[in-house]
Design a protein around this ligand. Structure first.
Ligand code: FAE
Length: 539
């Protein structure tokens, strides 16, 4: 039997029994009602069983599994819904023609590659709640997705499972058997990860840049791997054949893909919506969480306009709160809430253990007889694996400029011991991160273990025009923020925050600074593991 608040009879009873007085209010017709579920945004004074902060990988996994277990869920997302086309008929802007949709609250683009042939390429754009946030801390710019789908909206779609032999260094307190037998396969299946068709890779103009990258790796005796992605490869082949609108093959990526990429909107979040138990509030930002007098937690939320300004504040009560605001978002919230007295009992591990996954970028200048192609698919699919010998895994990345650049471009993920800490800056009223740019030296040296050798073999040099004037290394940024609420330190071994029953962390902030490869499959698999335990024992 389904009650009008949406709970199936038996699961409703057990959920109420397990979670205390606040759920009495839910049963009496709080936000769990069908009408409320159909509304587009959360209402002030709502009383709900479960709130998920953020709609990226961790948040989407949590919402889906909770809803499937019979729990009504509300998701709050500070970015936009990204479900409505702009004036050009497209939801997302192209990488080569950034506009207001491209960046989160900036008046000038901040492209990861800031220069080309020595000239700055950033340009003025209207301030808007755009999809890519280049969040600046003192020593590093952290790129993140903003909107329903989180990082899946803007990322390269590389769906990489770390080699099992390295897993102990990634998540030392997690049983590898359960991850590799159950949760990695589950995450990869739900995300729709798959490999490029070999014959097409070998023949298409769009991956000439990757074939050149492979050839250079081979000639210097580096192992290379094809990595799965969440792009629909059949769609990309049809793009190449000219039978469908193009996305990867016209360079769409950093500011969103209009077609072809299986972002969370098409995978986990499509299933979330199909449960009928989850509402999602875009342009809503959580600013505080504190224990409620009657049990559960009071959550303060600001509703934003597309200029990023608060237009309403809402105060709701949730029995359980899942922090899934991403490594930076969750860490900033927890550090602020501990320091300002909203959640004073959080332990001293909160804010610690943050890392950049060793990200560093570089380009190499090839010879005129080694062109990388003017048509480059924006979805990388090949990696050079020198982790064992040199501590670097380099993805052969595209430079989808539409012209022949004679450049090979790489994003390296490297082994680095450096970890930073978030702290509350009371005077400025914000959270700081004590990362130092000089810490990237380790990562540069690891990347050099690959590219110095390739350059020597090929008789080539590094590009010096992509990150400034005469600057070789893109060492000012990360795409892969990880940590800040480390598993089994700030939380227990399943993401339950110490000091506050009913508060959970379920995103990249649980992972201590490195996943050895690109992170979203590990974030998803860990979330699947943790939510299964939480549903079994806490609800
Ligand atoms: P995330 O996906 O960041 O979701 C957090 C969500 O919470 C966001 O939508 C935020 O807007 C929202 N939020 C934050 N604060 C609040 C608040 N206070 N109130 C309400 N909402 C809030 O977190 N990874 C790969 O594995 N392969 C790739 O190829 C790859 N390429 C990348 C390329 C780029 C340009 C970028 C930026 C990232 C890339 N990543 C890649 C990283 C990957 O997208 C990232 O690790 C995951 O998205 C992190 O997942 P989380 O669930 O931790």
């Amino acid at each position: 039997m389904t009650c009008d608040n949406g709970f199936e009879g038996s699961s409703r009873r057990s959920f109420i029994a397990g979670t205390g007085s606040i759920l009495g209010a839910v049963a009496l017709g709080g936000l769990g009602s069908a009408a409320a579920r159909a509304s587009t945004s959360i209402t002030d004074a709502a009383v709900i069983p479960a709130l998920v902060i953020g709609t990226g990988y961790g948040g989407s996994v949590a919402a889906l599994r909770l809803a499937q277990a019979g729990v009504d869920v509300h998701m709050v997302e500070m970015g936009m819904a990204w479900d409505t086309p702009g004036a050009d008929g497209k939801i997302f802007a192209n990488t080569t023609t950034p506009d207001q949709r491209s960046f989160w609250l900036r008046t000038k683009t901040k492209q990861p590659l800031s220069n080309f042939l020595g000239f700055p390429i950033d340009k003025a754009i209207p301030r808007y709640t755009g999809v890519l946030d280049a969040e600046e801390f003192a020593g590093i710019t952290v790129y993140q997705g903003r909107g329903v789908g989180g990082g899946s909206l803007v990322n390269g779609g590389m769906a990489v499972t770390p080699k099992r032999e390295y897993f102990g260094g990634v998540l030392p307190t997690v049983n590898p058997d359960e991850m590799y037998n159950t949760y990695y396969p589950r995450a990869n299946a739900e995300l729709g990860a798959s490999l490029i068709r070999s014959a097409w890779f070998e023949s298409t103009e769009a991956y000439q840049y990757a074939r050149v990258g492979r050839k250079h790796a081979q000639r210097s005796n580096f192992p290379y791997v094809f990595v799965p992605t969440v792009y629909d490869w059949n769609y990309m082949e049809r793009e190449a054949a000219g039978t469908v609108p193009k996305s990867a093959l016209v360079g769409e990526i950093l500011y969103g893909n209009n077609y072809g990429k299986k972002s969370l909107q098409k995978t986990y979040l499509a299933k979330v919506r199909a449960t009928g138990r989850v509402t999602i509030s875009p342009l809503h930002r959580v600013v505080s969480v504190t224990p409620a007098s009657g049990g559960g937690y009071t959550v303060f939320i600001e509703q934003l306009n597309t200029n990023g300004d608060p237009i309403a504040t809402k105060q709701i009560t949730a029995a359980k709160v899942f922090f899934a605001a991403g490594s930076v978002g969750t860490s900033k919230l927890l550090v602020k809430l501990k320091a300002t007295g909203a959640l004073p009992n959080l332990n001293g591990e909160v804010g610690k253990g943050w890392g950049d996954n060793g990200n560093v970028m570089c380009g190499r200048a090839n010879h005129m007889w080694d062109p990388t192609g003017k048509l480059q698919s924006s979805i990388p699919t090949l990696g050079i694996d020198n982790w064992a010998a040199g501590g670097a895994f380099a993805e052969v990345a595209p430079l989808p400029t539409g012209i022949e650049t004679y450049a090979s471009f790489y994003l390296s993920i490297t082994r680095t011991p450096n970890r930073a800490q978030f702290s509350w800056n009371a005077a400025a009223g914000k959270v700081d991160l004590n990362w130092q740019t000089a810490w990237k030296e380790v990562s540069i040296n690891a990347a050099k273990s690959i590219f110095d050798k390739i350059n020597a073999k090929e008789g080539t040099i590094y590009r010096t025009d992509l990150f400034g004037v005469y600057k070789i290394w893109g060492d000012h940024l990360t795409y892969h923020p990880l940590g800040g609420a480390i598993l089994n330190k700030a939380t227990d071994n399943y993401g339950r925050l110490h000091g506050y029953p009913g508060l959970y962390v379920i995103d990249g902030s649980l992972i201590p600074g490195s996943t050895v490869v690109n992170p979203f499959v590990t974030i998803t698999a860990l979330a699947e593991r943790n939510i299964e335990k939480i549903i079994a024992t806490d609800l």
